[in-house]
Design a protein around this ligand. Structure first.
Ligand SMILES: Nc1ncnc2[nH]cnc12
Length: 460
């Protein structure tokens, strides 16, 4: 079983090690705690945190916020901390097994069944990557519109693709130069925005608190299906957990609070949320830091798409894949207006919430916990088979499906035909979702519980 056989480096990690070109060679354990912390801290600060800050205010069907800014901040902190812990849970198995995220799913579901979430993940990551190039180009044009949009899209596509050729080098680059610049820009904007005359942040209600918390949680969880692609290079599972949970949550909280303050300054008009940043002294310069570093997100999207494709074709060269994918998302970003795609991305994302529940339960408490079984009679039965012949585990699929249904019943999302279907199911079951119900938490816990029960039943 691959997860048992993974050797630990004997002579310590090589400082400039790179990812092998195919999945057939072992992953170098080259990322320390600070490399990973800086990587996750960068992913936590996204332009989406500014443009999407209003989502944690639980907007009604007319887009009007129901939560006060103060309540939205608390909901966002709660959702982000919970989401960060879940991200940490997704990060640790990569470090322990040396396997990327979609290959880990071979251990959970079996090789063939792992191809289903792999294809979904490829679809969502191509969507996210395209989205990122569009966001970078639009934000760059608010800084300086002397270059047409297509020029910015192509420049962002080239930068993204270049970063993916040396993935571990790019993570080290982020740690060395980018993280510090981002922190300085964040602090600068805090000082500047807090000097502006802010409205009363307590106006509004606390009803819909969990809707706001869920919105923030969903953003953290959207990184779950890629976490192990990076933490497979981590030197310890504990470090991988801590760096992801703390690094990501800390900066996401910083970024969202800043986004909410900016939103308060433009009276909740999310189309103007960049204005307060650009309006302050040197704002254009510091905002340019945010725009440029957004390429770490598109980098992660393209690189992880390539690694996901390698779960299907392990011998494929990741460089060929990322160059083709970089060109592909650049073309899509030039051609498409994918504003409406956001709802599809959140729908695909909802697939991965219960999947993480099943994965964490089975990895830490079920068949995955081979360490606990070393030297015992259970040793042969435990441990994940992440080979290409791993047998199907339908019980785990059933546990995931239970969590998925729970999620959709509580929050079917914004794709109209899909939401209408689940509203019919709600009606047929006589179930009315309550505002205190968190779709993410319920589905995560229910799926995890079901995975433990299935595991126990199968052992009998
Ligand atoms: N670019 C991105 N932004 C936010 N969440 C994501 N999850 C995967 N890619 C993402």
């Amino acid at each position: 079983m691959t997860s048992k056989a993974e050797p630990r480096p004997k002579n310590g990690p090589r400082p400039h090690a790179e990812v092998p070109f195919t999945l057939e060679e072992p992953a170098p354990k080259a990322l320390g705690f600070w490399d990973q912390g800086a990587f996750w801290a960068n992913l936590g600060v996204s332009l989406f945190a500014f443009s999407g800050a209003y989502t944690v205010l639980a907007p009604d069907e007319n887009g009007r916020p129901t939560l006060s800014i103060a309540a939205g901040i608390v909901a966002m902190v709660v959702g982000t901390v919970l989401g960060g812990l879940m991200l940490g849970l997704a990060a640790a198995p990569g470090a322990r097994t040396g396997q990327p995220a979609m290959v880990l799913l071979r251990g959970l579901f079996g090789a063939r069944l792992s191809y289903v979430p792999t294809v979904l993940n490829i679809a969502q990551l191509i969507g996210w990557g395209t989205f990122e190039l569009i966001v970078i180009a639009d934000a760059a044009r608010t800084l300086w519109d002397g270059i047409p949009r297509w020029g910015y899209v192509i420049a962002a596509g080239i930068l993204t693709t270049a970063l993916t050729i040396w993935p571990l080098g790019s993570v080290r680059l982020l740690r060395r130069y980018v993280t510090a610049a981002v922190m300085v820009a964040l602090v600068y904007f805090y000082v500047q925005l807090l000097r502006e005359p802010l409205p009363d942040l307590t106006v509004g209600s606390w009803g819909g608190f969990w809707i706001g918390a869920d919105a923030a949680l969903a953003v953290s969880i959207s990184w779950v299906p890629v976490a192990a692609d990076y933490t497979r290079h981590a030197r310890s599972a504990r470090g991988a957990f801590g760096a992801a949970a703390v690094g990501y949550s800390a900066t996401q909280i910083f970024a969202y609070v800043l986004g909410l303050l900016a939103l308060a300054l433009v009276a909740g008009d999310s189309s103007k949320v960049f204005d307060p940043f650009l309006g302050v002294t040197l704002g254009v310069l510091f905002f340019a830091v945010f725009v440029l570093r957004e390429a770490d997100q598109s980098f992660a999207n393209v690189y992880s798409t390539a690694v996901s494709i390698q779960n299907l074709i392990p011998r494929a060269d990741r460089r060929v894949l990322t160059v083709a994918l970089g060109a592909g998302i650049t073309g899509l970003a030039l051609l498409l207006d994918i504003g409406d795609y956001a709802a599809f991305l959140s729908l695909i994302g909802s697939v991965f919430v219960p999947m993480l529940g099943v994965l964490a339960a089975d990895f830490f408490l079920g068949r995955g916990r081979w360490r606990a079984a070393i030297g015992t009679a259970d040793a042969d039965r435990l441990g994940w088979d992440t080979s290409r012949n791993a047998p199907s585990r339908w019980g785990m699929i059933a546990a995931w499906a239970i969590g998925f249904v729970a999620y959709q019943l509580i929050y079917p999302g914004g794709v109209s035909w899909w939401a209408a279907f689940w509203q019919d199911v709600q009606g047929a079951l006589g179930f009315t979702p309550q505002t205190w119900m968190s779709a993410s938490l319920f589905s995560f816990l229910l799926a995890g519980l079901a995975a433990i029960l299935v595991g126990r039943l199968r052992r009998r």
